[in-house]
Design a protein around this ligand. Sequence first.
Ligand SMILES: [Zn+2]
Length: 492
Amino acid sequence: MIGAMGFLSRRRAEPRPRWLTRALIGSLPIPLALACSPGSEQPSPRFERVILLTCDTLRADRLGCYGYERSTTPNLDALARGGLTFEHAFASAPMTTPAVSSVMTGRLPREIGAVPGNRRVLPPEAVTLAEVIAAAGIPTLAVVSNWILHERADEAGARVGVAQGFDVFDDEMERQERNRGEFERTARPTTQAAISRLEELLVQGDERFFLWVHYQDPHGPYEPPPGALRELFAGGALPRSAERLALGTSSKGAGQIPAYQALAEERDPEVYRALYDAEIRHFDAELGRLLGFLRARGLLDDALVLFTSDHGESMGEHDHWFCHGENVFREQVSVPLILSAPGSAAVHWKPGERSSALAGQVDVFPTVLAALGLEGPDVRGVSLLAGAPAERILPQDLFSPKGLVPAVSDGRHRAVWSAASETWALYDLEADPLETRDLSSEDPARLAALVEAHAELHLELNRAALEGSDLSVDVEGEGRLRALGYSGDEDD
Ligand SMILES: [Zn+2]
């Protein structure tokens, strides 16, 4: 068996993985610029505060401002109407830990030891957004409600993981999820905790800050409060279909309802889709409450608000049901990305503007630092305050303990590796947003160019990994989960 480090330390003389050899046969590559850091050439507007709002398991096309027909996100839609919406934004990975680690460092998960799987803790040597901001004397606060992001400490008691650099890291979670038994915090107490932490800060006279709030609600199992159901569906009656799915016995969502998602004997996928939407509606209402608090205190003036999610969720596409972290199709890696600066005229966008430029989680780090007028280390992302680059590629890789499942986009197309069929497919993001029509035989040169660019990146990252540090595993967390009867599957 080839373990994770075995894979990382493969040398070029060894056989190439099948996804790589399959891609390079028979086509001439077209040169494409790899994603890179252009530095901070352009002056950026400065803001007093940055408010980073993230939501777990929220695929972009379920938001009203991304075209969804149900009224799931009135508050985010209002934020988008006053800001800039990126239509082609992608997660760096379809799992919480590598994705959030990418947000917090501006780097790809493999560059910072946040792979494989979901139980790797961001190593202390990774430079985080909060560390750079705190070093400049600006207060840093976080409120997170997904258990996988909880605070860890090293042997000396210092914060590690995504908590590093935060003055305040509020990860109090008392509610245990149905089926999984994992701890979480729902949207209402999440917003309440954020407001309380802000009030504590304001008492000290600090109005300059970096706040990160991570909501958890759309993550399964889907259990929205009845009020959200009533708001979304007349009379609270769930839509139904004649379709029936198998109830799975594992946490996997290929061809079945994952065991942790199962709601009694319910097998109608339309019910699960509706409940997922209602979870989003509930989260959005609480996000609106937090924004209302900030607005009432004048804290949105001179503030940059950045909203995104960690990854998406399959709703039946490609025969995957109510899961993530299992493939790299668009439904699992497409994320919303909205910038809003309600009180500032010094931005390059007009209210309600939309960008089709390729953006990614790696761009959050340089964008936030630019907003605060701070310099940071070179990273893979770029500041979106200066506009996204016209030409780039970004990978959306699933790096599971079983190996790498790659995907890559240039903003107009995506190349996606199917582990099941061991083939690459090419999709047109504009014409085929759900990635149902494979263009690989029609446009093999474009596919080859994308995969060649990804292969170059892959080899660069492998070389870097050879010199990297050991990965750390959250042993304490594993033990706590097992004590709860959790299987340890990596589906967070
Ligand atoms: Zn997640």
